[in-house]
Design a protein around this ligand. Sequence first.
Ligand code: GLN
Length: 477
Amino acid sequence: MFRFNTIKDYQAALLAGEQSCIQTVQFYLHQIEQHKQLNAFLEVFAAEAEARAVELDAELAAGKPMGKLHGVVVGIKDVICYKGHIVSAASKIIENYTAVYSATAIEKLLGEGAIIIGRQNCDEFAMGSSNENSAFGSVKNAIDPTRVPGGSSGGSAVGVQANLCMISLGSDTGGSVRQPADFCGVVGLKPSYGRISRYGLIAYASSFDQIGIFSHTVQDAALVLEVIAGADNFDSTVSQKEVPFYSTEIEALPIPKKVAYFKETLSHPGLDPEIKLQTETYLESLKAKGFTVEAIDFSLLNYLVPTYYVLTTAEASSNLSRFDGIKFGHRTNGPIDDLADLYKKSRTEGFGEEVQRRILLGTFVLSAGYFDAYFTKAQQVRQKLVDLTNNLFVNYDILVSPTVPSPAFKLGEHNHSATEMFLADIYTVYANLVGIPAISIPLFKHSNGMPFGLQVMSASGNETGLLSFSKTLMENQ
Ligand code: GLN
């Protein structure tokens, strides 16, 4: 039976004629079918993926050189546009919306021979930490289906976790790639803000959003990043810096050695004692392996989540205003009194509860009377964090923390309390607030049987350092 290890090994098998793309696609289609109850995919592009596999096999047979992602089977979170396919953001409001163009990241994947196998379930408009906010049902964690996979990119994490695809693309606004990667025991990478074009990614909070990558190995994440990163005329916030050859550089360049962690992250009262202990023990062991690991003070930890939620809801309230039943999205069939009533009814019917809550909150913090007290204040905190981060990376290469304060919780466990749910983001939102790259790598196992990860961060633009450090840690477990 087919067993996926790394993209490199898989492509060697393709070249040697031991495996074909069509066999591979059929293997994954079977896997998806067998694991339907996990609810990871909202739609599978079966016939299309098979046709593309046949085409790729023929190209290889005809001697055409393989693209970097030739035959790689990829699932995409349902917030990324793929021309001619529905993109619903797991919301009733655009349940049947067909993308009229493809995201730049998708174009780049296809250009290197990837096969897109389907669109994956997520929290509605990427708002959530458990995937319970999808309009199309929760996703289940494949290790323990009574537990959540994390969110918002839960379907994408489970896609890789349960071997339903080789790679998934998700999006990460405050942890939506790293947190589910942690809960599912896979690698989840959020690059620096602007490293990958956001063109074709349905916006949640534009100054935070970044497409991210789920994989089994750091090497695969590096290769996919190398393909999908880079300048793009359709996104004015994208970095113009040349894209390094991450996949080869991480094998060749020296491994960063100067590691810091924020003292407060490990002494936080919300942190699971076992995660604390295992992380501390692990950091000690790094010292023995020749890394310097230093604790530094960080007094702003408790401001991160509030700052994040003020700013992201403000941006979301603006970004989602286009879904009004007129410009985009579901329009009510009910009787209406006037235009305002049409908006109100359409949006009430179309948006789920969490999305509505955030639009209301965001509108509130932007309102004239409260703008300075909330929005301006939060912007100031964000700037302070950026300054502090710039200083930190003068002296250190790498910053580490637990990815999430608890392992995957039970379905329904945190549903009653938004603030409890928000706590799941306490360690991840920092990287989005300051725009630095961050990854969760699956190093640990909790006594309850669930995996958990270490979050590794580095200076903006230093994906190479981040990835080579993470690769070394994963190889030396
Ligand atoms: N859990 C966070 C939120 O609900 C992160 C979401 C994300 O990164 N898309 O906002």
